[in-house]
Design a binder for this molecule. Structure first.
Ligand code: GFB
Length: 331
């Protein structure tokens, strides 16, 4: 990737997009193009088409999406499917028409079926029913993968989707009703410590297992993939099953390669925050998928490994929380 090539990062204010921009800038890419939501609404087809026609980026990362934790997914299913389908459909088609050379679409480990062998390989996509709490989001994200696959087959494009595990990091969403488990537990434990509470409430049974990846590691992985030489990148584009007879979607897993139970996570967060109370489980809240551990051997084989342990990432995240507006409200 030429250091002066125009690279569009959609969703640059979000957890993933901001990490991709940091990684690009750290590696000396000087022509990174971004737009705020107010400047460009990707759910709007005409605005998206105009943007690509005018800007003609050579490379693009689609990290803009409607995302949220288990409760937000379960409470606003219509918004999750509608917005994500619209964004991907507008974006991928406009990228094709304007001649984007390579495109990386951010997908998620939650698009794999609810019950598949662990760790989950790329070939497990579409092999069994989905987890009901996030099926609308997962179906939308699968549509994005299928679009990349179909455009590669019909138009010879070079589009892939990356499948990160659960993410956390600087600029996370610390809102308790819409966010994911790590920012929620950081906030809850911090507030419990400040108030001198005896316990902290953790949703569900604490038994589900999750794999957590620090967002800067994901940013680094995405940029590393975008920079791959053609002969390796082209190996990720998937094959035409009607010709090869093989199920090879254009996707690659990105994860830490290890997981913990939610109870173990809560204990770790309590230690990092310095809250010494007890955990009380709220079983009226959903557990979601029992386990989501990614098989990252394909990514490891092309030379990439996550650098941030969960312990180290949680310490950095707590420092980020203390600098955030959410902490000011909580103290
Ligand atoms: O992070 P989370 O919302 O994502 O929840 P999912 C993970 C687990 O943590 C669930 C439990 O078993 C939750 O019940 N948990 C415990 C909590 N306490 C809390 C809390 O205070 N807040 C939250 N949010 N969870 C999402 C999907 O599922 O994963 C999305 O719904 C997305 O589509 C994301 O893909 C990565 O892993 O359950």
């Amino acid at each position: 990737m030429d250091k002066h090539a125009k690279i569009y990062v959609a969703g640059h204010r979000g957890l993933v997009g901001s990490a991709i921009v940091r990684s690009l800038r750290a590696e000396g890419y000087s022509n990174v193009c971004v737009r705020t939501h107010a400047e460009l609404d990707l759910t709007n087809q005409a605005q998206t088409a105009n943007f690509f026609t005018l800007e003609k980026p050579a490379y693009a990362f689609l990290a803009a999406a409607r995302t949220g934790g288990i409760l937000a997914n379960n409470s606003y299913p219509a918004e999750f499917i509608r917005d994500n389908i619209a964004i991907q459909s507008n974006f991928i088609h406009a990228a094709y028409l304007s001649g984007v050379t390579r495109l990386i679409v951010l997908s998620s480990s939650c698009v794999y079926p609810r019950l598949v062998p662990q760790p989950m390989c790329e070939r497990h996509l579409l092999s069994a029913p989905l987890e009901p709490t996030n099926r609308p989001y997962a179906v939308a994200k699968i549509a994005g993968i299928e679009m990349c696959w179909s455009y590669n087959r019909q138009y010879g494009t070079r589009y892939i989707a990356v499948m990160p595990s659960n993410l956390y990091g600087p600029g996370d969403n610390y809102d308790l009703s819409s966010g994911h488990v790590i920012p929620a537990l950081i906030r809850k434990c911090h507030e419990a410590k400040v108030r001198g509470d005896r316990h902290v409430v953790v949703w569900g049974t604490g038994k589900p297992r999750r794999e957590f990846l620090y967002s800067d590691d994901l940013g680094h992985a995405c940029v590393s993939l975008m920079k791959l030489p053609d002969r390796i990148f082209d190996g990720l584009l998937g094959s035409d099953e009607t010709v090869s007879g093989l199920f090879e979607p254009p996707i690659i897993n990105i994860g830490l390669g290890e997981d913990v139970t939610i109870e173990e996570l809560a204990t770790l967060v309590m230690r990092v925050v310095g809250f010494r109370g007890k955990i009380v489980f709220d079983a009226t809240k959903p557990d979601g998928t029992p386990r989501k551990l990614l098989d990252v051997s394909r990514l490891n084989a092309i030379g990439w490994r996550a650098r941030t342990s969960l312990q180290a990432g949680l310490a950095k995240s707590y420092a980020d929380f203390l600098r955030s507006d959410a902490a000011a409200v909580s103290s």
